[in-house]
Design a protein around this ligand. Sequence first.
Ligand code: SF4
Ligand code: SF4
Length: 83
Amino acid sequence: MVLKYILFFILHILSCRREEAMKRELVINPAWCKACGICVAFCPKNALVLTQGTVTLNREQSCILCGICELRCPDYAIYIKSE
Ligand code: SF4
Ligand code: SF4
């Protein structure tokens, strides 16, 4: 019986975290990006690339929404949006 409650609790926590993650997304404002490459250099997942004078998401790598790029960008051109 106790095991059942523990299992239910763990599943509930995992479900909440998944919902939380789904509500967050990376936003890039190309109008403010000066293509300095700071965010690209600091991204731990290599999820960003510089193309045509702005930064874009590298779809082959997965962004983990850590927020490091947001912290490092001097122009507020990249950030994590939460609902
Ligand atoms: S949020 Fe983290 S993983 Fe995603 S692009 Fe920015 S630095 Fe990279
Ligand atoms: S750090 Fe900011 S300005 Fe520099 S490339 Fe990244 S998003 Fe653009």
